[in-house]
Write a protein that binds this ligand. Structure first.
Ligand SMILES: Nc1ncnc2c1ncn2[C@@H]1O[C@H](COP(=O)(O)OP(=O)(O)OP(=O)(O)O)[C@@H](O)[C@H]1O
Ligand SMILES: [Mg+2]
Length: 481
């Protein structure tokens, strides 16, 4: 797996009191063990080896540190009271799949470690072990991973940037581009349809930047009237308006030294755009109702679903502000244009949502995968995640996710969106008969699912004889015919 992270080879401010932070760390390691002696020894020995080390006595504390620090590798005991190492592994995989995890285990629990590897841990080490043994494993994950990233090489074709994963070449280029500018203070404009990962991209840029230790603040500018939005962004003074009973800091102040995401930036009313332009140019503003200039050192990331240049032409977005925001633009491709990501993301979401349940992870059957590949995904990755969450409920602990568990998928797009309908009719060479057969097959799968596989009841629901249902199931290769 290629991990894109601009901070891997750079210096860290290392401000956390629990960490021992060398000037230029070999990597950031979070050590989790409920045995104090083992934990502290590891902390001292790894720090001496040049790592920046954070330590936690239990998994919940580890999750909190993990959420707030740019950790590269987690080294965790398997057996701990309450939340154990396997649960922590699921948490890490869900939050930032690119972070390495090494589990420490006694001989008696090697089975656990094997299960952990199956669930995505990168390595395990059996106790007792020496520090050089652990260092070798850490370096394998850190140094090797970093050099592969800078070579553009890959072992399994998967790249990750923060919580984002991909196998698509276009997305990998985007990861590399954004990781390379993460450490600068340049404004980034993220353009992409709903659910393509704009918010995750902004978090990944922040976490890869020198600002990672400072706040990441997001502000949705959608559908807020000018007054409310202005107060959200810039704060207000006490008495600025009737309900302003005390002074309030705005998002620009809250994000000081960190990163501010202006989501749905296209929705900012023209009158607020003027004030925003001034902040972007001078990093200075007044709170609503105030006269004192307030300075804020923020890195700005803007996200939009719309074409801002089109809005400039239509006079709905200020041209001068557009040029200020459009310094580095990233166009995130919709999921239908990178269908190679669909199986990867589907499996990722199965792991994310089923990892804490008992028993083996359900597999995605080839037929269900085909079903997912056929869909146009108007809601992009978010829609895929919801489909998998629902499928996990429908498959009810069985070993395989089958087509009836993922169907019905949402219609391609609003009926008025004729462009979205065209490929289904022409690009795939689908004529009317094929399309009707496809609908028939899906209806049968849905009926079977709703009737828990009972063919007599499914035939009743479809209002067809049971023999007809069996014939059609055989025709479409639906299991159980
Ligand atoms: N490449 C990816 N890898 C893993 N998860 C992803 C990826 N892209 C998106 N997601 C998931 O998809 C969901 C939507 O992502 P996000 O909220 O960042 O999208 P967005 O572009 O901001 O959407 P919107 O415009 O609707 O706000 C999230 O739950 C996120 O976990
Ligand atoms: Mg968003």
């Amino acid at each position: 797996m290629i991990r894109f992270n601009a901070r891997m080879q750079s210096d860290s401010p290392g401000t956390d009191s629990r960490s021992l932070a060398p000037a230029s760390p070999r990597g950031r390691v979070l050590v989790v063990d409920d045995e104090p002696l083992k934990r502290i020894t590891l902390q001292i020995e790894l720090s001496e080896q040049g790592y920046e080390v954070y330590e936690a006595a239990d998994a919940p504390t580890a999750c909190r540190i993990f959420d707030s620090k740019p950790i590269d590798v987690v080294v965790s005991d398997v057996r701990m009271p309450g939340m154990g190492g396997l649960d922590l592994l699921s948490y890490v995989k869900r939050a930032r799949p690119g972070v390495g995890v090494i589990l420490m285990t006694a001989y008696a629990t090697v089975d656990h470690a094997v299960l952990a590897i199956k669930r995505g841990a990168h390595d395990y080490i059996t106790k007792p072990f020496t520090t050089p043994e652990l260092v070798a494993k850490l370096d394998h994950l850190l140094v090797d991973g970093a050099s592969r990233a800078s070579d553009g090489g890959s072992d399994d074709g998967v790249a990750c940037f923060g919580q984002l994963i991909t196998v698509s070449a276009a997305m990998k280029r985007l990861f590399a581009q954004l990781a390379s500018i993460a450490d600068s203070d340049r404004t980034v404009l993220l353009c992409g349809e709903s659910g393509t990962g704009k918010e995750l991209f902004s978090e990944a840029i922040h976490r890869s930047s020198a600002r990672a230790e400072h706040p990441f603040v997001a502000c949705s500018c959608a559908a807020l009237g000018p007054g409310v939005l202005e107060s959200e962004l810039f704060g207000h003074e006490k008495g600025a308006f009737t309900s302003a009973i005390r002074q309030k800091a705005g998002r620009f102040e809250l994000a000081d030294n960190g990163t501010l995401l202006l989501d749905e930036v296209d929705d900012i009313p023209l009158e607020v755009q003027v004030k925003l332009l001034r902040v972007v140019e001078r990093r200075e503003f007044e709170r609503v109702g105030g006269e004192q200039p307030v300075r804020s050192n923020v890195r700005l990331i803007c996200a939009t679903k719309r074409d801002l240049s089109e809005m400039v032409r239509a006079g709905r977005f200020r041209e001068d502000l557009y040029y200020r925001l459009n310094v580095i633009t990233a166009n995130i491709p919709p999921l239908r244009d990178r269908s190679e990501d669909i199986p990867l993301l589907a499996r990722h979401f199965i792991q994310k949502h089923a990892a804490l349940a008992a028993g083996p992870l359900p597999q995605l059957s080839p037929a269900a995968c085909e079903e997912l590949l056929r869909h146009r995904w108007p809601g992009n990755v978010r829609e895929l995640e919801h489909v998998i969450e629902r499928a996990l409920v429908f498959c009810n602990g069985s070993a395989e996710i089958r087509p009836e568990h993922v169907l019905p998928l949402a219609p391609p797009a609003a009926a008025s969106d004729s462009a979205a309908l065209e490929p289904a009719l022409s690009a795939d060479g689908h004529g009317l008969a094929d399309t009707m057969a496809d609908i028939e097959r899906r209806m049968i799968l849905v009926a079977l699912r709703q009737c828990a596989g009972n063919q007599a009841r499914a035939a009743q629901r479809l209002n067809i004889p049971r023999t007809t249902l069996r014939d059609k199931m055989a025709k479409y290769g639906i299991a159980g015919a």
